[in-house]
Design a protein. Structure first.
Lengths: 465, 551
């Protein structure tokens, strides 16, 4: 240890309570600063200051505290957690606390970045408006993603969210420009095989050479998950706003992150709100999610796709609920669709992309896109309602019109939503499938589509020409 | 920058408005001796400021695209000179609130420079010309001696500005949104809450109102919301035209933006800051509308600070005084006579979005808010899923300003009240019939009831639903709203006797005019409505004839 990195060293830990250490008799320690904790065995883990008073500090430890005794050496470094940043990070794999996992040396750089980042000034933000074609009809057609958006996938355990995220990562492109995305992948508490799946998927398509992976797996220390998404976002910000790359960030699984936050909160004896989560969960999630976006005068962008599993499929659970209030929409996967063999099992009705309106239209996708999407919503909504009715009165009890809606819903799920995990549809293909389905409805029922578009795109008129 | 939130004999508890990481015990704290104040004067209009009134555009120029701590920005630009035109002359007796003169702040906004509320006396001197906000524009002889007059004044944000008297509310705020203006209007000077889970369209609704409502000044408070939304407003408002004046919307708008990843405590201040700015413009004699998006984030900031002060929590961790604080804010709305010797009337309308956890309206912020407001727009996730926007549920929403609105609408169209009542009645009946239909199927219902279902569907699709992104439909003037509702109800009155005579509902539904009626909202002006009315007569008459022949 050199003198420069010595900082202030204490051996005055008075209490260890779960992931929290109380250190006494300290001087000149600042709020939120980085701490290095060394066990008598020489093993070192990092932590950060949660609370500080004149003579004591509360430290959260990002590593495992079991077996730790009060004789640990605590070194206050005097600065917040920073990571060395450079172009060399591309193609690398790190642990959740930024240790190399790929048998390569630790990265070196004089450019150190605070993982907490800064707040993008709202006046300096650029409105995200470039349509991203993911090749998935349910997304492109009805819940379009744009560059700089944060769009989470709300899923349940056992559904194919990973497959879907990998497919998006593989296929995402701006139509007509064929630029690829750099991928920054942050994993929190996922299983090793899931991480392997992503690594293989990226490797297969060569995306690995344009990606950075930060992996905190299920058997890694849970508290480390507090910093994992922040490291991920710091790297993404650097690639986007310093190097001008278009970055797609995948964070999975945010529910595990929130649980780590809850563990800390409970250990601190804070007043819990819903389901034991702290009252600041919204603000805390915002400090991660809001780092996505575009900045005026900078070429790159950070597009964020967090994945979270809703415990018991409950969308009102605090984590999906607060996420939905921060992100610009949500993609919702449902077991019911998965059971019927539909991949991706995404229900477009409760899904939403708030920024879709800015990204679609004559210049980017096609002029009829918005109207067609609206019409599909209406028709599929009516179809699912008719399906509910069938359960009670049987198909004979339906009116002719309701029966048409019902048939529409069936075909919609099987032809529009359903597609192969390696099937990459262009936006034209997606819209053509949509028109094909809409043509089974009477023309008078297509009230959400402008008449001029019906004349131009409806298959009945198209074949005439 | 911070503010004292609790004081005991030796200790002051300070909430800090900026990031606190890296701060350590022993840091110096400087007491400014003044509460958190807003600087009021020309130079606020069309700007975007944070919760403590720092210009975010200036902040960007100074520190780059990321907000850094400790950048001191004085709210009003001290260097910019404004053309001041005096409206009083030496020797005039003035009281607090009187207008000294005007500054054309933006092409469509006239800024009225007022005597500070606590000053009374005789004008000793006054000058017109180019002045900076801190320069002396004149002198006032008061009982306590001569005071310098400047264009800038300050006001503590947590106190409401003084008024002469409160007036009863008189006019509805016309927003160009059909479901709001026709069914659940808010009065100018009233208060309104708009709760809804995520994705139900709170923000879009508030943005639509800030775009199209007939208020003179709009204060848009983004409290703990998305950064991209603020960017959207800043980008699009300067391009949009006010339907009244034809001027750019940004010229009458002030944005207070404290996004979700900015320090929580500044969120708490941002609502007070916005309302204080609104009161300042109200005192000039304007109708001001404040959009607070979202008050739940503000309440969460209160909870956060309360928790750190180790206060005993009441419901869901919120402090026991939550209800009082909500009341204090909504009570600053109102239609008033301003201070001053001439009788000037202004109003502040407050529209607050509420983001209830899990979309559950029984949580504390929603329930307390409902006690202090006059209009309630209940946003419905089911409607939002079907992309029925604005997703305002017509059965659960209410307004206490109906008599005010009725008076106003009746001047426009004497039949309006009856038509509206019938529309609401049909919508209510339809929802009951739907309950039955859910059990026995629509086909099994008598045709009279199926007609009500058809009409409710037409009202939903053709009237209540409004596409914010359709070039015509985004704004619907009052005359068109009245005519549109009337023609749909007329349709019911026309076909109802036919159904009773035994004409099957399918025949009615298949009439071409049904689709025409639904498409009316996309067509400009009133003539298409009259055209379709003619078409409706033709087609129903023909249907009746066909039927008689068949019999």
């Amino acid at each position: 240890m050199t003198i420069e990195e010595a900082g202030l060293i204490y051996r005055t830990t008075s209490e260890i309570r779960g992931p929290i250490l109380m250190v006494e008799g300290i001087k000149d320690v600042s709020y939120d600063e980085l701490v290095r904790i060394r066990r008598s065995t020489g093993e070192e883990v990092t932590g950060s200051v949660l609370d500080v008073s004149r003579d004591w500090a509360m430290v959260q430890c990002f590593g495992d505290t079991s077996g730790m005794d009060l004789n640990v050496t605590i070194r206050f470094t005097g600065e917040a957690l920073k990571i060395p940043i450079s172009e060399e990070l591309i193609g690398r794999v790190f642990s959740g606390s930024f240790k190399p996992l790929d048998h390569m040396p630790a990265p070196l750089s004089t450019d150190l970045r605070d993982v907490n980042g800064g707040t993008i000034n709202p006046a300096a933000r650029d409105v995200p408006s470039e349509f991203i074609q993911t090749g998935l009809s349910a997304i492109d057609g009805m819940n379009s993603l744009v560059r700089g958006q944060k769009l989470p996938i709300f899923s349940e355990s056992g559904l194919s969210h990973n497959m879907m995220a990998a497919q998006i990562a593989r296929q995402a492109t701006i139509p007509g420009r064929e630029e690829e995305f750099a991928i920054v992948f942050g994993a929190m508490g996922i299983k090793n095989e899931e991480a392997e799946f992503f690594r293989e998927e990226f490797e297969k398509t060569g995306a690995l050479s344009k990606s950075v992976m930060i992996l905190n797996l299920a058997n890694d220390p849970p508290i480390e998950r507090i910093v994992t998404p922040r490291i991920t976002q710091t790297i993404a910000e650097y690639l986007a706003f310093d190097l001008g790359m278009h970055v797609l960030v995948i964070l999975t699984d945010m529910t595990n992150y929130a649980e780590a936050l809850r563990t800390i909160s409970i250990a601190r004896e804070e007043i819990p709100t819903r389901k034991g989560y702290p009252g600041y969960l919204y603000s805390d999630l915002a400090t991660i999610y809001e780092r996505a976006g575009r900045i005026q005068g900078r070429p790159g962008s950070v597009t964020l796709m967090p994945i979270l599993t809703m415990p018991a499929g409950d969308m009102t659970h605090p984590v999906p609920d607060l996420t939905g209030y921060i992100t610009e929409g949500q993609l919702i996967l449902q077991r019911e669709l998965a059971l019927r063999g539909i991949y991706p099992p995404m229900n477009p009705l409760p899904s939403l992309s708030r920024l879709m309106k800015d990204g679609i239209g004559a210049e980017t996708t096609r002029e009829d896109h918005a109207d067609v999407a609206n019409q599909l919503y209406l028709a599929y909504g009516e179809g699912t309602r008719a399906r509910g009715l069938v359960r009670i009165v049987g198909e004979v009890g339906l009116s002719e019109r309701e029966r048409t809606w019902l048939r529409f819903a069936e075909r919609f799920e099987n032809e529009f939503v359903k597609q192969g995990p390696y099937e990459n549809r262009s936006i034209e293909q997606t819209l053509d499938i949509a028109w094909n389905l809409l043509s089974m409805l009477p023309e008078d029922d297509l009230i959400r589509v402008r008449e001029s578009y019906i004349k131009k795109y409806h298959p009945a008129y198209k074949s005439e020409r | 920058m911070g503010e004292i939130v609790r004081l005991s004999e030796e200790t002051a508890y300070i909430q800090c408005y900026e990031v606190t990481s890296g701060i350590r015990p022993g840091e110096p704290v400087i007491d400014t001796g003044t509460p958190l104040v807003a600087e009021l004067g020309p130079g606020i209009m069309s700007t975007i400021v944070d919760g403590v009134q720092r210009s975010e555009t200036r902040l960007w120029e100074l520190t780059g695209p990321f907000v850094t701590r400790g950048t001191n920005i004085i709210p009003l630009d001290r260097e910019k000179a404004w053309p001041f035109k005096a409206k009083v002359k030496a020797g005039d007796k003035v009281v607090g609130g009187d207008i000294l003169g005007i500054v054309q702040e933006t092409p469509s906004f006239e800024h009225r420079v007022m005597v500070p509320p606590d000053k009374t006396g005789t004008i000793k001197s006054i000058k017109s010309g180019e002045f900076k906000v801190e320069e002396i524009i004149g002198e006032l002889e008061t009982a306590e001696g001569v005071v310098d007059l400047r264009m800038m004044q300050t006001w503590p944000v947590r106190h409401s500005r003084p008024i002469e008297e409160k007036l009863p509310l008189e006019k509805p705020l016309i927003t160009g949104q059909r479901v709001i203006d026709t069914f659940f209007p808010v009065a100018k000077g009233g208060a309104c809450a708009i709760p809804g889970g995520f994705g139900t369209g709170k923000t879009v609704t508030l943005q639509q109102i800030s775009k199209w409502s007939d208020a003179d000044v709009i204060i848009l408070i983004g409290c703990g919301e998305r950064g991209n939304e603020m960017a959207d407003v800043v980008t699009h408002f300067p391009q949009l035209e006010d339907p009244k004046s034809g001027r750019r919307l940004m010229e009458r708008t002030v944005i207070v933006a404290n996004v979700s990843n900015m320090p929580v405590s500044a969120r708490e201040a941002s609502i007070y800051m916005g309302v204080t700015l609104a009161e300042f413009y109200r005192d000039m004699g304007y109708d001001v509308a404040v959009m607070a998006d979202s008050t739940s984030r503000w309440a969460e900031a209160l909870r956060d600070i309360s928790g750190r002060l180790e206060e005993i929590p009441a419901e869901a961790g919120f402090p026991a005084y939550l209800s009082d604080r909500i009341a204090q804010i909504y009570e600053r709305a109102g239609r008033i006579v301003t201070l001053g010797s001439e009788r000037r009337v202004g109003s502040v309308t407050i529209l607050g979005a509420v983001s209830p956890p899990g979309g559950d309206f029984s949580e504390p912020v929603t329930t307390h808010t409902l006690r202090y407001i006059g209009t309630f727009w209940a946003l419905d996730a089911e409607l939002a899923y079907r992309r029925h926007f604005p997703a305002i549920n017509w059965l659960r929403s209410f307004t206490r300003y109906m008599d005010i609105a009725s008076r106003w609408w009746s001047q426009l169209d004497p039949a309006w009240e009856g038509v509206r009542a019938q529309a609401l009645r049909l919508l209510g009946e339809a929802s009951e019939i739907e309950e039955t239909a859910r059990i026995i199927g629509e086909k099994a219902l008598p045709d009279e009831q199926r007609l009500i279902l058809l009409l409710a569907e037409m009202l939903r699709e053709g009237f209540l639903m409004q596409n914010a992104y359709h070039e015509v439909d985004t704004y619907c003037e009052a005359e068109k709203q009245a005519a549109l509702m009337k023609v749909i109800i007329d349709f019911y009155d026309h076909v109802e006797p036919l159904i009773r005579k035994g004409i099957p509902i399918e025949k009615v539904r298949d009439m071409g005019v049904v689709t025409e009626l639904l498409r009316l909202k996309e067509r400009k002006g009133l003539e298409p409505i009259e055209e379709v009315r003619g078409l409706m007569r033709e087609q129903t008459d023909q249907l009746a004839k066909e039927y008689e022949v068949a019999v």
